[in-house]
Ligand binder design. Structure first.
Ligand SMILES: C[S@@+](CC[C@H](N)C(=O)[O-])C[C@H]1O[C@@H](n2cnc3c(N)ncnc32)[C@H](O)[C@@H]1O
Length: 225
């Protein structure tokens, strides 16, 4: 099924990859990638936690439709989630979301999309030596406290001015946006890691405008003179 149109790819992802992508997440990713392209924010796209590659594929589908050839790097243990620590939900089993790099590349091939660079291994092992120098967009989807903190620690210093970090499962989407942000019961470590990493920063992660399902951090840009 080569060269499917972006909207057809979205339909396939929404119907076959319901565990990890949905109508809430895909438009936010599309909007932010479109902004990066229009504002000519330089740098690669990085996804931490790709599982079977649904979001990686959506990223490339959107970039292709925009005529944007920037590099996409995606990282995963391909052994599923690590065992959680004291800031995580003990009921989440280690090994959930196990897949293989071939799942990611096969999904791109199915749609005739350029493959990403896939980096198998634990974030703590791969990120120190295998991140692109300049990053424009991060999709942080590691679910656990240590995974999120490791991702922020290595990626934020490489962000281009105007770059964006989207944090999946940031907070409880059932809590109204005008009430205090509350951790998602299944993945409480995600919010905690963001709060701990940005404790002293002037621009913390906030809920995306649509829902706390995604957190959003924008790297400041120098003021125009
Ligand atoms: C919810 S899944 C990602 C879903 C994916 N973004 C998608 O669009 O389908 C979370 C993934 O993060 C990976 N992961 C979590 N912590 C990790 C770590 N410390 N190092 C490597 N991979 C990790 C797991 O293996 C799992 O595949």
């Amino acid at each position: 099924m080569p060269h499917l149109h972006r909207d057809q790819i979205r339909s396939v992802l929404e119907s076959e990859y319901t565990r990890t992508v949905d109508r809430g997440r895909l438009p936010v990713v599309e909007r932010e990638l479109t902004r990066l392209t229009r504002e000519d924010i330089k740098g690669a796209v990085v996804e931490l936690g790709c599982y079977r590659g649904a979001m990686t594929t959506w990223v490339r589908a959107v970039l292709t439709a925009l005529g944007d050839e920037r590099a996409v790097h995606t990282y995963d243990s391909f052994q599923g989630l690590p065992r959680g620590g004291e800031k995580d939900n003990a009921a989440v089993p280690a090994g959930e979301f196990t897949a293989g790099p071939e799942d990611v590349t096969a999904l791109h091939d199915r749609f005739g999309l350029r493959r990403p660079t896939v980096h198998p291994g634990w974030f703590a092992d791969t990120l120190p030596g295998r991140l692109p120098d300049t990053i424009a967009f991060v999709y942080l989807d590691g679910d656990m406290y240590d995974s999120i903190l490791t991702g922020l620690t290595h990626c934020v210093p490489r962000l281009a001015p105007g770059a964006v970090v989207l944090v999946d499962d940031y907070a409880d989407p059932t809590v109204p946006l005008d009430q205090p942000t509350v951790a998602k019961p299944k993945y409480p470590g995600v919010l905690k890691a963001c709060q701990d990493y940005f404790a002293a920063a002037p621009y913390p992660v906030t809920c995306a405008a649509e829902s706390c399902e995604l957190g959003i951090y924008r790297q400041p840009q120098p003021a125009a003179v």
